[in-house]
Write a protein that binds this ligand. Structure first.
Ligand code: SF4
Ligand code: SF4
Length: 297
């Protein structure tokens, strides 16, 4: 599939922050009405609401999982025009993957642009970019960081520790890797809470944070959920429907459609990393509040 470039045409209009919030709220109301309507039957017609996109992404996921891994091309697409900066995705990721205070698999950066009355906020969620040409892998002995056939960059938790973990973290231009230190958020309180001591599943195995002290950790595209036919936690949790995930190798998938119809930017693509996370952005704009986000993502 021909991937979009930074010069691809854009059809979506710019929306202000308040407009984003209103749209998200409207989507939520629509869903609520359908679920609670007395007319709702056991199998209601799906509304024209953000939920439809979840249904479609799940169908895309099923289709992708029916193909061999080397015929899938997992990508994440972030529509920055719809992100509200709420960080629900960050919380969902922490809970799903038992990420402690040493770092985060995911973060949402706030970018302020414009001057005077023309101030605009843009929010940019980010995580490991699952680079096709990952600098982290080149910084450590072969096999400690592997690129899977479906595109996910996988860490060997048993070997990528200590100086190797630090070398991988230093090599990542996106600051996507942190080092597990085993601490808990509730340390120093009367009791470390059980939800901080849960087991979690990554790379085909169950882990506890204590056994990963000194190891490199990062986003794994929620591989364990994908294998179970579920979307990554950050995608299914997003209340603004700004997060998308799917197979860009399938020209009929929702992510392929979004990439074909919008201007998509990849962060620091000029480094040659070939990141697998795409940001849908405004058209090249001339208004003062939009001008900075033409380039600064
Ligand atoms: S974003 Fe960083 S950790 Fe992820 S694949 Fe690229 S270089 Fe490696
Ligand atoms: S894909 Fe999973 S691991 Fe990666 S940022 Fe989203 S929730 Fe976290």
């Amino acid at each position: 599939m021909a991937m979009p470039t930074e010069n691809s045409p854009v059809k979506s209009p710019r929306r202000s922050f308040l407009r984003k919030a209103a749209l998200a709220a409207a989507g939520g109301l629509t869903l609520h009405r359908v679920v609670n309507s007395p007319k709702a039957s056991a199998a209601p017609a799906l509304p024209d609401a953000p939920g439809n996109e979840i249904v479609r992404m799940l169908a895309d996921l099923d289709a992708a999982l029916a193909r061999s891994p080397d015929r899938r091309r997992w990508v994440m697409v972030v529509d920055t025009r719809k992100c509200l900066g709420c960080n629900a995705c960050t919380v969902a990721c922490r809970a799903e993957n038992a990420v402690g205070p040493a770092g985060s698999y995911r973060w949402v950066r706030r970018i302020e642009s414009g001057r005077g009355e023309w101030i605009a906020d843009t929010f940019k969620p980010a995580n490991c970019m699952h680079c096709d040409n990952p600098p982290c892998a080149k910084a450590v002995p072969e096999g400690m960081i592997r690129k899977r056939p479906d595109g996910i960059v996988e860490l060997d938790y048993t070997r990528l520790k200590g100086p190797y973990a630090r070398a991988a973290a230093a090599a990542c231009p996106y600051n996507a890797i942190h080092i597990e230190d085993g601490r808990a958020f509730t340390e120093g309180t009367p009791a470390v809470q059980p939800y901080e001591q849960v087991e979690f599943r990554e790379y085909g195995r169950t882990w506890r944070r204590g056994e990963l002290v000194g190891a490199a950790r990062k986003c794994h595209f929620c591989l364990h959920l994908l294998e179970a036919g579920m979307l990554p936690a950050c995608v299914s949790t997003c209340i603004g429907r700004a997060m998308y995930f799917g197979d860009a190798g399938d020209s009929k998938s929702l992510v392929s459609e979004l990439l074909a119809k919008n201007r998509a930017i990849r962060h620091k693509a000029e480094l040659g990393t070939s990141p697998r996370v795409y940001y849908l952005a405004e058209p090249f704009a001339t208004t003062p509040q939009a001008a900075c986000t033409n380039c600064h993502y």
